[in-house]
Design a protein around this ligand. Structure first.
Ligand code: SF4
Length: 413
């Protein structure tokens, strides 16, 4: 097992302050509402990118989604974007004009899991419909065209929508072994492809742990020298939507924010949208009460596991991981890893495979604590000291809770 140096952890966790302000006051929301209203009116006045424009209502019918399904999605998406309920009509309108924003989606060194996450739900969802309704000009996995025909479609989209398209990148970029990924009749490496297409994009959206931070291909010993998009693209707005896979709800949330404002959402120091990555998984975990009560799974299949106790002692990294999957879950809200009894592996954090994806608590690692500054911090406030204090604090809390639990048992007896 590779452990990271203090310097490495410090570089990851000591960043400018991240602060989520969920109530910015009446004047702010009034100005934001007017800005979104103006943007939507401009988009409505534009023609759809594709000539054969299918009305959104008709798409709902074709996908056998009811107006009620759509309105439920609108409410959830408005809340996801941390907007007040009076913004719901704007979010509904934004969904209907999404075919005005061209999207190019490329895959580099990846498993296509993020596209799969968006597409493979048990029943059609509004999120899937949004992907269908978007002006998706190029997606290697989804498009019918292949070979030269596909490459021509890509070049045409880049030419026609220069400076306007959103570039989605899925997969890491092998800079240490560029020949590990080449594509096209005139082979282009991953780094060449990402840099060339990013040059004319309005913004670049790195989807999944690999595109954001290198992900599993970048795990030790990282044979291809895999890195994330932000390591090779400079001078462009970039959003990271990490996790393995990225949650489709967050992908759609970023697109919706762009359609509504023409801008990217507020980001943390790791370029992740704060609306999705502003809270720790531990803060909203359904097993948190068991953590506080000192009730832990001690080994797989024990009574604690059968009773959905906390998974911290089985290596859950929820206390160190910033993501909203404990709230929005996966597969249209069906379930999520901790819900099915497997601890969090921290897949939305940099270097997660080496640092977090182990079946041992971090408190058992060889990181030394330099100080105690409390445990309730956001990722950007978590310096190495606070991070390790969190480890120690959680370890101490776990022990204290365990003692409390045992005392309670004795009293009961
Ligand atoms: S340690 Fe993991 S399972 Fe336990 S409450 Fe925190 S996030 Fe949930």
């Amino acid at each position: 097992m590779q452990f990271f140096s203090r310097e490495h952890l410090r570089s990851v966790f000591t960043k400018p302050t991240n602060y989520i302000n969920t109530n910015r006051g009446e004047a702010y929301y009034k100005a934001l509402y007017e800005k979104m209203r103006k943007r939507l009116d401009e988009l409505k006045a534009m023609s759809p990118v594709r000539e054969a424009d299918i009305k959104f209502e008709k798409m709902l019918d074709m996908w056998e989604l009811s107006r009620r399904d759509f309105l439920k999605w609108v409410s959830a998406t408005t809340a996801l974007l941390m907007l007040p309920p009076n913004f719901e009509p704007l979010v509904a309108e934004a969904a209907e004009v999404m075919n005005r924003v061209p999207v190019i989606w490329i895959n580099i060194q990846d498993c296509d899991g993020n596209s799969e996450a968006l597409l493979r739900s048990s029943a059609p969802t509004v999120d899937e419909l949004i992907l269908e309704y978007l002006s998706l000009e190029y997606h290697e996995t989804l498009m019918a065209a292949a070979g030269d025909q596909a490459e021509e479609a890509l070049e045409k989209a880049v030419h026609d929508f220069k400076g306007k398209y959103l570039l989605f990148v899925e997969g890491s970029i092998p800079v240490g072994m560029p020949e590990a990924f080449t594509i096209g009749r005139h082979p282009e490496t991953g780094v060449e492809r990402v840099q060339r297409l990013a040059k004319d994009a309005a913004a670049v959206i790195a989807v999944g742990a690999c595109a954001a931070f290198g992900g599993i291909p970048a795990a030790y010993p990282n044979p291809t020298g895999a890195v994330g998009v932000m390591d090779v693209v400079k001078g462009k707005p970039i959003v990271n939507i990490p996790a393995c896979p990225a949650n489709p709800t967050n992908m759609v949330g970023v697109i919706m924010h762009y359609v509504l404002t023409g801008e990217l959402p507020e980001l943390d120091s790791l370029l992740r949208p704060k609306f999705a990555f502003g809270y720790r998984i531990h803060d909203n975990c359904e097993r948190r009460a068991h953590f506080d009560a000192g009730e832990f799974v001690e080994e797989w299949g024990d009574e604690g596991a059968k009773n959905n106790f906390c998974l911290y002692k089985m290596g859950c990294k929820g206390p160190f991981t910033f993501n909203n999957c404990s709230i929005v879950r996966y597969n249209d809200g069906t379930n999520w890893p901790i819900g099915i009894g497997r601890g969090c592996i921290g897949c939305s954090e940099p270097d997660f495979w080496d640092k977090y994806a182990t079946e041992r608590p971090l408190a058992a690692s060889n990181i030394r604590p330099p100080g105690l500054n409390g445990v309730e911090s956001t990722v950007d406030q978590v310096g190495l000291g606070i991070l390790t204090a969190t480890v120690i604090g959680i370890g101490a809390h776990a022990v204290a809770s365990l003692v409390a639990g045992k005392k309670s048992d004795e009293n009961n007896q």
